[in-house]
Ligand binder design. Structure first.
Ligand code: BG6
Length: 494
């Protein structure tokens, strides 16, 4: 009983939050590179430039709004030395990949999730020929992983659309992006398929609704444009599944959504309905990519709001015929909603909700929920009966080095243990088909939400801080040894 022998234990990262070297060896700018750091309650900013007048400025980056990310008549740009842009150096995986992969192997990782930085391969996204140096970097990374028998899981687009495409086309609003993405996806899948079997298309595709600039490169993210961008990504995803199977029938291409179970605060049926509607906003994305159809509730909503997609009948054939091979998701927390007034607003991994009186929260207001993974796994498995993969879960916390020079992160161990037990229950008691678990930010990296370095998730500490200072020295935390034991015993130690 328990996890099968092939269960893929490991950790997850994303290029823009981990690699650094943002302009090295010919890399172009991505949307992540124009975002400053922020903190809990202090939004990140997107710095901008007016190309006609030369005026510059910075605009708060607000989640959940369809507003323009920079003012009318300006473009996002890296220009202002008075701000700090955390993606520029991040944790410097670019120069530490050998050391880091060796540490992953020491912990016993069977798999490692990472993304390819699109603008490292096609700096503007529009070149006809790729940047060789960028390709060579990932050759080195995949070869190093192979040396330790660590199976890569590669995200093709994790919040890092080439900035040029955002400016020229309003990102994924344009169908041109399908063509450009396919050029990139075809190239990298062809080149690396001998070393990379598992692929993901778009990270947290449903975040298009709350974070259209990062999820879709949308500078103007009004609802109609977000719907179009999501549609274009659905088509590109289906085309990627088709193409990957043609290149190599052994390849598995997954979809990826952000999933937080939504609870009703009270038994008032209108609260239940609100929770159901919020859940549908997430499930819609999985319905299309894993189910192969546009959900009726979404079609009705588009009709009601006069949202008209620029689509073709062929799009729907592709979506139906080339569904994802597996469904992957991030899940850190749960969310609670109510139609009643007077509750405190807070944010659970990008979703607005209220405080759940039964749950503690972390320092960033995310609820610590012992059942979220079991609920998520059951809901998704019941609905689609497709293999699942938890590709993100973890605890963001402030870590302190103690007098013995160590990090004793018992709070992280507690969080992981609670979540892994819930995951084990879903497999053992409920029969869910789960392929693997990659904990988020297995090595400290930049927070996507706040741009902080000190919101740490890692099993491995990186000496780098919010102000950009640090030596980049790596060190295993107590949780690394704990996780090593979990992997060695294939979860029996839980
Ligand atoms: C997910 C993203 O939303 O959550 C990651 O896929 C992100 O990119 C992670 O880093 C944790 O969120 P945060 O805001 O704490 O970095």
């Amino acid at each position: 009983m328990g996890f099968n022998q092939k269960f893929l234990w490991g950790g997850a990262t994303a290029a823009n939050q981990y690699e650094g070297a943002y302009l090295e060896d010919g890399k172009g700018l991505s949307t992540a590179d124009v975002m400053t750091n922020g903190s809990y309650g202090k939004p990140r900013k997107v710095t901008w430039k007016n190309l006609k007048t030369g005026a510059t400025g910075a605009k708060d980056f607000l989640f959940g709004s369809g507003q323009r990310v920079v003012p009318e008549g300006t473009v996002p740009a890296v220009i202002d030395q008075k701000y700090y842009y955390p993606s520029h150096e991040a944790s410097d995986f670019y120069h530490h990949y050998q050391e880091d992969i060796k540490l992953f192997a020491e912990i016993g990782f069977k798999t490692f999730r990472m993304s390819i930085n699109w603008s490292r391969i096609f700096p503007t996204g529009e070149e006809k020929k790729p940047n060789q140096k960028g390709l060579e970097f990932y050759d080195k990374v995949f070869n190093e992983l192979k040396k330790y028998n660590i199976e890569p899981l590669v995200t093709l687009s994790h919040y890092e659309t080439p900035l040029h495409l955002a400016i020229k086309y309003n990102g994924w609003e344009s169908r041109k992006l399908i063509e450009l993405f396919m050029r990139y996806a075809k190239l990298v899948i062809n080149r690396y398929h001998d070393r990379v079997k598992y692929w993901l298309t778009f990270n947290e595709i449903n975040c298009m609704d709350v974070n259209p600039f990062l999820a879709g490169g949308l500078i103007d993210g009004s609802k109609e444009k977000r719907a179009q961008a999501a549609h274009n990504q659905f088509v590109a995803s289906a085309m990627t599944v088709k193409m990957a199977h043609e290149i190599d029938p052994e390849l598995k291409v997954g979809e990826m959504i952000a999933y937080s179970p939504v609870y009703a605060l009270t038994s008032d049926p209108s609260d239940q309905l609100a929770a159901m509607k919020m859940m549908q906003d997430t499930l819609f994305y999985a319905d299309v990519q894993t189910g192969g159809f546009y959900s009726d509730y979404k079609l009705q909503e588009y009709k009601r709001e006069h949202i008209k997609l620029n689509d073709t009948p062929k799009d729907y054939e592709l979506i139906n015929n080339f569904r994802a091979d597996f469904l992957s998701f991030s899940c850190y927390t749960s969310n609670t909603v109510t139609t009643h007034n007077g509750e405190t607003d807070f944010s659970a991994n990008l979703q607005a909700g209220v405080k759940n009186p039964y749950l503690e929260t972390n320092d960033w207001g995310w609820a610590l929920d012992p059942n979220s993974l079991r609920i998520a796994l059951n809901t998704l498995y019941d609905r689609y009966h497709k293999p699942l993969w938890i590709v993100e879960n973890g605890l963001g916390a402030i870590d302190k080095i103690n007098e013995n020079g160590k990090i004793e992160d018992d709070y992280r161990i507690k969080y992981l243990k609670m979540n892994l037990k819930s995951m084990l229950d879903a497999v053992e008691k409920d029969g869910v088909d789960l392929m693997g678990y990659t904990m988020w930010g297995c090595i400290d990296l930049v927070s996507a939400g706040t741009g902080e370095m000190d919101k740490r998730y890692g099993l491995i500490y990186v000496d780098k801080h919010n102000d950009g200072k640090g030596t980049y020295k790596r060190m295993l935390k107590k949780s690394a040894y704990w996780y090593k034991n979990v992997i060695e015993t294939n979860g029996q130690s839980l």
